[in-house]
Design a protein around this ligand. Structure first.
Ligand code: GDG
Length: 471
């Protein structure tokens, strides 16, 4: 059995199951941001990664991939429905994003969540070295820290929460609010995207468990009358800025960016939205604002084009099927009303693209629209900023995205205020180069300094502090 000094526990393994040229099953590194984020850290230590392999019922033994020991967790089709699509994405996701969609509370989903969390915790307990680090990722696994602590009191446990943590008034709806808070408090270090998220979590701890909190520290009474502490604070996640900058310098990608503009018919301004097709991202609000600007005659088809990439997401969850229908109806109506034979108002792409194409799109866009109704961080905003080394381009950013805390030089908007969004879009379209440059320069400084490597280092440094204290 492997002994890992750092075990990452995440819903998904960092690889996808594919078929190679000969039709044999093989593994390929998955493109996700978390994978890139932890890649560098994992290479420096004896690392293991516990996660689901992405296919229900797939039964594979642990294996090594690119220097990391991978431990696949098996999930049946039914568990996937109840734990993942159900409790994680039908209960927690909408509740934690301020009930933009109505959370569904089902006891059967909760039971599956507990069962699956235990399976992850047991797998992590088996591979972690004595006194090693276990770093649990995200809202699918909130019970793992406590379960793991019971199994392996020697390990140092971190948890990072990628999505918002809601205000107590909303969190209190959760029928299992006590169990979830206790689950998270099993960790020594509990990380959030924003200071406000950490504050909301601490408030729930005080209200539900009556534990004392002071600054970042929570005091947790132990059965033997002693107490231990945990810290809950903000570690804003970021991107591997350097790799985006390099892609943006690639002549082929730069040529592709030019070609994209030509293929759109050389509009004077290209607006861009890039989101998973998710109701938290505010795609409908963005389309409404843009559609009204066309209707008001303030923008003309052919002169301004909106490219909206909506990458397919969670097709098994009903709210996502409904959202897709609504968005596609809206896009169809707007294009039907305003397209010409030569030009389209909205180029809508319900597809996933390789990263190279994403960078070309970022480069081609004069204005990036990030209008999330609620978002833990939003990496798209940071990616757009990173690639614009000429300091051109305008980022319009929702105040409700975690990224707004750092990127205060963006054009900040309240996506619920359609008139305000229309004004901001016009301002972005008309922004003089000098102002673009001033804003972009200040945002780029933040993104380049505070990259994902620094994020990982800060978190692990706090785990190290706990280990020393324990010794
Ligand atoms: C969660 C939180 C938090 C998207 N479409 C394609 C593609 N993407 C990439 C983007 C970006 C990533 O996916 C999306 O990250 P976001 O941060 O925007 O949003 P979520 O997926 O909701 O992520 C979020 C994040 O976790 C990290 O903690 O910031 O708040 O909700 O990197 O570029 N990439 C490619 N093709 C696509 O079609 N290659």
């Amino acid at each position: 059995m492997a002994e890992a000094d750092l075990v990452v526990v995440a819903n998904r393994l960092p690889v996808d199951r594919i078929e190679d040229e000969t039709g044999q099953p093989a593994w390929r590194r998955s493109p996700g941001g978390l994978v890139t984020a932890l890649e560098q850290v994992m290479h420096k230590v004896d690392g293991a990664w516990v996660g689901w392999a992405g296919k229900p019922g797939l039964d594979v033994e642990p294996f090594d991939f690119d220097g990391t020991h991978l431990v696949p967790i098996q999930l049946s089709a039914e568990e996937l429905e109840d734990y993942y699509e159900g409790f994680a994405n039908g209960t927690i996701w909408p509740l934690y994003h301020d009930v933009i969609a109505t959370p569904v509370y089902k006891r059967r989903w909760w039971d599956a969540y507990v069962r699956v969390n235990r399976r992850f915790a047991e797998a992590a307990a088996e591979v972690a070295s004595e006194g090693g680090f276990v770093w649990v990722q995200d809202y699918q696994l909130q019970l793992v820290p406590q379960m793991l602590r019971e199994l392996r009191p020697d390990v140092i446990i971190g948890y990072f929460h990628h999505i918002p943590f809601p205000a107590y008034g909303l969190y209190a709806q959760l029928p299992w609010r006590r169990q979830v808070v206790e689950g998270l408090l099993g960790a020594d270090v509990i990380g959030f995207q924003r200071v406000a998220d950490a504050g909301n979590f601490q408030r729930s701890v005080r209200r539900i468990l009556r534990y004392a909190t002071r600054s970042d520290t929570i005091t947790i009474p132990q059965p033997d009358g002693t107490a231990r502490t945990a810290i809950a604070k903000a570690y804003p996640i970021s991107i591997d800025a350097q790799s985006f900058i390099e892609l943006a310098q690639d002549p082929a990608i730069r040529a592709r960016a030019k070609e994209i503009r030509e293929q759109l018919g050389n509009p004077s301004k290209v607006l861009l939205g890039v989101d998973r097709l998710d109701y938290t991202k505010g795609i409908r609000h963005r389309l409404k604002a843009f559609g009204e600007l066309l209707q008001d005659g303030r923008v003309q088809v052919g002169d301004v084009t909106l490219v909206q990439v909506a990458s397919p997401s969670r097709p098994g969850v009903e709210a996502y099927q409904e959202l897709r229908d609504e968005i596609e109806l809206t896009v169809g109506r707007i294009n039907g009303d305003y397209d010409t034979i030569h030009h389209t108002a909205i180029r809508y792409l319900h597809q996933g693209f390789p990263r190279e194409e994403m960078v070309a799109l970022y480069l081609a866009a004069d204005v990036m629209l990030v209008t999330a109704l609620r978002d833990g961080m939003n990496l798209v905003a940071k990616e757009y900023v990173a690639v614009h080394s000429d300091n051109r381009g305008v980022l319009m950013l929702s105040e409700f995205a975690g990224a707004a805390d750092e990127l205060s030089s963006a054009l900040l908007v309240n996506p619920h205020d359609i008139d305000g969004m229309k004004e901001a879009i016009m301002r972005a379209i008309e922004m003089p180069p000098a102002e673009q440059s001033r804003r972009m320069r200040s945002m780029r400084r933040r993104v380049l300094e505070n990259d994902v490597e620094r994020w990982g280092r800060r978190f692990l440094a706090d785990l190290e502090t706990y280990r020393e204290r324990r010794r």
